[in-house]
Design a protein around this ligand. Structure first.
Ligand SMILES: [Zn+2]
Ligand SMILES: [Zn+2]
Length: 258
């Protein structure tokens, strides 16, 4: 059994073929998926999918790349966190690749998400790109370790992983770890403690080998898990069991029974 800990199934490429997407999950023993909110206008569609399907869960938040779009207040995030299928806050974090200039607005939004996670008792789903030092600094300053969470689609150095692990965070690997040139990242995937490791697709982006360049979907988390297992000299079954346990430990509000 495998869980896709991060995907965007409300995007048209996937939403329009949901029956196939779900059949492919079942055929690959991918039992659950966590659907990630990225902005306020699309959030109702994310939550609706989690309401419609027992084995889908949702998170609520606004992605750091999203500018000039309605945001959630801290109180609104905390209120949404009460929904029975909402199990995390995010994705949130910092992204200095897509956004330039004075990015204090990003850091302020990130701090607001951390405060909401602490108040609601739900874990954080954190995105970081070309901003690792500031991401860790805001996490420390805002007390993110009191909420816990996951560094999703991890592509940073071992030093950054260590910083996040010290704050009690999990590290999630996506299809990027399967790419041939991801040498340093493969080393991180060998070193992360097994009890802190998650796998994800970030569908519809970042399809793993051998589907690189195509539309990604949750079933392909199997390729990510198989590759990480091979890097660590474990069986896919053991890696799947551990990462699934980790998912339900971190996102404790999600229930394995569904
Ligand atoms: Zn992300
Ligand atoms: Zn994402």
């Amino acid at each position: 059994m495998l869980v896709d800990s991060h995907c965007h199934l409300n995007f048209p490429d996937l939403a329009s073929r949901m029956d196939d997407v779900r059949a492919n999950m079942a055929a690959n023993a991918v039992s659950h998926a966590l659907l990630i909110g990225v902005n306020r206008p699309d959030y109702p569609a994310v939550r609706a999918l989690a309401e419609q399907y027992d084995n889908f869960y949702a998170t609520v938040g606004v992605h750091p790349d999203v500018q000039d779009s309605p945001d959630f207040s801290e109180d609104e995030l905390v209120a949404e966190a009460q929904h029975p299928k909402v199990v995390g806050i995010g994705e949130t974090g910092l992204d200095y690749y897509w956004c330039k200039g004075d990015l204090e607005w990003q850091r302020e939004r990130f701090r607001r998400h951390i405060r909401a996670a602490r108040r609601s008792g739900l874990p954080l789903v954190i995105h970081t790109r070309e901003s690792a030092q500031d991401t860790l600094a805001v996490m420390r300053e805002a007390g993110a370790e009191q909420a816990g969470g996951v560094m999703h689609c991890f592509t940073e150095s071992w030093e950054v992983a260590e910083g996040a692990l010290e704050l009690g965070f999990y590290i999630s690997f996506s299809g990027i770890v399967t790419f041939k040139n991801a040498t340093a990242l493969k080393e991180v995937a060998r070193r992360v403690p097994l009890e802190r490791l998650l796998v994800e697709t970030d569908s519809p982006y970042l399809a793993p080998m051998p589907h690189r360049g195509k539309t990604n979907e949750p079933a392909y988390v199997r390729h990510v898990a198989a590759h990480v297992a091979e890097l660590r000299g474990m069986t896919l079954e053991d890696l799947a069991a551990a990462s699934t346990d980790n998912f339900f430990t971190l996102f404790a509000k999600a229930s394995r029974g569904h």
